[in-house]
Design a protein around this ligand. Structure first.
Ligand code: NAI
Length: 347
């Protein structure tokens, strides 16, 4: 898809972080921008930010919607047609949440919340929008679907399992839709970032009341640590530009990184991970050590290249904690079947 001007884009999770960056980028291209998010206050702020960014108010539609609720999401799709006169030409599903803890500590609520948003909302959007998009646009004008997945789709971790599983499934779906939509004149792109300067570190604060029973240790301190890591991530507008370039060039998968010169490095670390899954425990240990060494070197390189004048936050290794922060990814202290090494311990 190359021509965006005057067309309609819908961005799920568009009130914050990566989604808001995408709204700015495609709005700047002259698209009518609909954003859907569950947080009303964030939607209002996002609308103001979009206007300040230069997007005309008449071209912005902010919809409060719980994307995991199919009735709600269908009503959101109807609203876009009612206001903008048709379904989106470009669908970007970016809403997401994350929660960290040992997979063996995971509760149904942990799975239902993370996979509900990160996978099921993408399924909901595809089922709701794609038939409408084909009927309205096939062989007439360009249309495209995209989703924001994650490097987690490959970097499968025992402390991020529901998230990684959801993202791997999203990748798989997007490869399928790319092939399926091609005969209609459409296509699909999946964006797999490593780290974004967004608000996802606060996601636990907005976990729905009916899904709050977690097996993980979550605290202000773990959220502070996550926020400090995400503060070193890629700028959402820069990320939106990278996605736009991917869509313009019909790429199925887009792998951005904070430092583009590290792309081969990042790809290499994914393939080390994939290889590791076929190995014995001893071979896996050696591969993990090799990967840790590569990451350490990459971090040293990032530190060397980081601006020293305070114009950007200093890079922080994944294994560090800021002041007032706490290690994340531990189980609740009371889960007596979880290995003590994986359990939060009160000091
Ligand atoms: P963010 O927290 O800034 O934005 C996510 C938005 O999704 C929030 O505004 C939130 O209210 C919304 N949302 C959550 N549940 C919802 C629901 N049920 N219905 C409607 N809206 C809902 O986070 P960020 O980082 O911008 O996340 C965007 C995407 O990027 C996510 O899919 C995330 O998994 C992915 N990602 C993020 C990375 C990062 O380092 N932050 C790295 C790789 C991928």
């Amino acid at each position: 898809m190359k021509d965006f001007k005057g067309k309609i884009v819908f961005i799920s999770g568009g009130a914050s972080g990566a989604g808001l960056g995408q709204a700015k980028v495609f709005g700047r291209e002259g698209m009518k921008v609909a954003i859907g998010d569950v947080r009303e206050d964030a939607l209002e702020n996002a609308k103001k930010e979009l206007i300040a960014f230069g997007i005309p108010e008449k071209d912005i539609l902010a919809i409060k919607v719980d994307l995991t609720n199919r009735k709600d999401y269908t009503a959101c799709a109807d609203k876009i047609e009612e206001v903008f006169g048709g379904p989106p030409h470009l669908l970007i599903q970016t809403a997401g949440v994350n929660s960290f803890g040992p997979v063996e500590a995971s509760t149904f609520d942990d799975y239902d919340w993370v996979m509900g948003v990160d996978l099921n909302h993408v399924v909901n959007g595809l089922v709701i929008f794609v038939p409408r998009m084909i009927k309205a646009y096939a062989h007439k004008t360009e249309f495209w679907v995209a989703a924001t997945s994650s490097g987690g789709a490959w970097m499968i971790s025992p402390t991020c399992a529901p998230y990684d599983a959801a993202k791997a499934a999203v990748n798989s779906l997007m490869y399928a839709y790319n092939q399926a939509l091609e005969p209609y004149g459409g296509g699909a792109t999946v964006l797999c970032p490593a780290n974004i300067n967004s608000n996802i570190g606060n996601a636990e604060k907005f976990r729905p009341a009916n899904l709050k029973h977690t097996g993980y240790h979550v605290s202000e301190g773990t959220m502070a640590t996550l926020r400090s890591i995400h503060a070193t991530g890629i700028d959402p507008v820069e990320l939106g530009e990278i996605l736009k370039e991917g869509i313009e060039n019909g790429r199925v998968i887009v792998l951005p990184d904070h430092h583009p010169e590290n792309w081969p490095q990042q790809l290499r670390s994914y393939s080390i991970q994939e290889e590791a899954l076929c190995l014995t425990a001893a071979e896996r240990k050696a591969a993990a050590e090799k990967q840790a060494e590569e990451r350490r070197k990459m971090f040293e390189e990032m530190m060397k290249n980081a601006p020293k004048d305070g114009s950007a936050p200093a890079p922080r290794p994944m294994w560090g904690t800021p002041e007032g922060g706490e290690v994340f990814g531990k189980a609740r202290e009371d889960l007596d079947w979880v290995d003590p090494a994986n359990r939060f311990e009160k000091k």
